[in-house]
Design a protein around this ligand. Structure first.
Ligand code: KG4
Ligand code: ZN
Length: 372
């Protein structure tokens, strides 16, 4: 039996009763609105870094995916967390509204709201998490939290035409983004194990920091990719540190690049820009592939996928296809629009969690780092 003190209540007790009442209210709304559908309608909300995005999926089929990329950071050469969270606050309402309108879906029709709980920047995550909670409360729609990195991996299951080829389980995913470089063994959508990770910089960070050394705009990865296409990838040899197990390290490569460029005259750098980019890209791609090949061999897995912003890199995509042909892998590359941050992947991860019966409560708080 629950005893409720009517006199001398503490502030904490009052708060906890209010939050229990809110939970009961929301649960009632959810039960009343509950729909039994084979293809649930999921709204995804992503705000972990500098892209505000919302998407709607019906089952795995994508109905809309709206992304507002923040330009405010370009002049600073990197993401400024405070500016990012302010821009999310400005963007979130119009972006969610546009995603629902484009999908032709009303809030009341949704089966769940999937949101990125982390990892990411705290102020950025807070905007998406709070907005998702507000929508859930107002419309009685269940909440499902998503790990941003799992979202990148599960972007492989988004369907746009319906004839996409998805990886079979178990598969290995090379997850390469601005903040992470991991090899993940994916046994099922809800059972993933990180078997290798970077011990310092991520691959995307290596691209971005080296691009900055060359005076290229942020984010530098796509600029290096474009310039590399006209360069000689064997013009320079940069250090490719190899650390233990399936882990990665990119800080030595970055330092080796910095020292090489520092000792060149500005004119020489300008004349050899394409060669520098192509050689850097080769070093990053070779480093990534070396461990991936070892992991695939040791684990006996030949279903290989790539995900995350760096999986847009043409050198990496070509190398994965070539390596796959040599080794009998089946290689899965995400469509370019699902490589960088987007809410479609959050909705996809949310769909699997929703179907498995997972739900989040209004107590969910953003987490900047996640254990897995
Ligand atoms: O996954 P993402 O959008 O954000 C994070 O979750 O971090 O990845 C962003 C990263 C940036 O470092 C960006 O430079 C890199 O992906 N990137 C690329 C390319 N497109 C984006 N790096 C190399 N080549 C590209 N074409
Ligand atoms: Zn990301």
């Amino acid at each position: 039996m629950v005893k409720v003190a009517t006199r001398g209540k503490t502030a904490a007790a009052t708060r906890s009763q209010k939050s229990t009442a809110t939970e009961i209210f929301i649960t009632l709304r959810i039960v009343m609105n509950a729909k039994s559908t084979k293809n649930p309608l999921i709204l995804g909300i992503e705000s972990s870094c500098d892209d505000t995005s919302a998407a709607v999926l019906r089952g795995r089929r994508l109905l809309s995916n709206v992304i507002a990329s923040q330009q405010v950071h370009v002049k600073y050469g990197g993401v400024i967390p405070e500016l990012a969270s302010r821009a999310h606050q400005q963007n979130i309402v119009p972006v969610v509204d546009a995603a629902l309108r484009e999908a032709g879906i009303g809030m009341g029709e949704l089966d769940a709201i999937a949101f990125t709980r982390g990892p990411g920047l705290l102020g950025s995550l807070l905007v998406g998490v709070s907005f998702a909670k507000g929508l859930s409360l107002a419309h009685g729609v269940p909440l499902v939290e998503v790990n941003h990195l799992e979202g990148h991996i599960l972007s492989h299951f988004i369907e746009t035409s319906g004839d996409e080829d998805h990886p079979d389980f178990p598969f290995l995913c090379l997850l390469v983004s601005g903040g992470h470089s991991q090899i993940v063994l994916v046994r099922s959508p809800l059972d993933m194990e990180i078997i290798g990770t970077t011990i310092d910089d991520a691959a995307g960070e290596a691209f971005d920091k080296c691009a900055k050394i060359l005076g290229l705009p942020y984010p530098g990865g796509p600029h290096i990719d474009r310039l590399a296409q006209g360069g000689n990838s064997h013009a320079f040899d940069f250090a490719q540190p190899r650390v233990g197990g399936f882990d990665y390290s990119f800080s030595g490569l970055k330092t080796s690049f910095l020292y090489t460029v520092r000792d060149m005259s500005p004119g020489f750098v300008a004349d050899h820009l394409a060669d520098l980019c192509a050689s850097l890209q080769r070093a990053i791609v070779e480093t990534l592939l070396y461990k991936l090949i070892r992991a695939a061999k040791e684990l006996g897995v030949s279903e290989i996928a790539a995900a995350g912003g760096v999986s847009a890199n043409s050198g990496l995509r070509d190398a994965l296809v070539a390596e796959g042909a040599r080794r009998g892998w089946r290689v899965y590359l995400p469509p370019l629009r699902f490589t960088t941050d987007n809410a479609a992947m959050i909705a996809a991860a949310g769909l699997f969690a929703f179907e498995a019966g997972r739900r989040s409560t209004l107590d969910a708080v953003p987490v900047t780092r996640l254990a897995k």
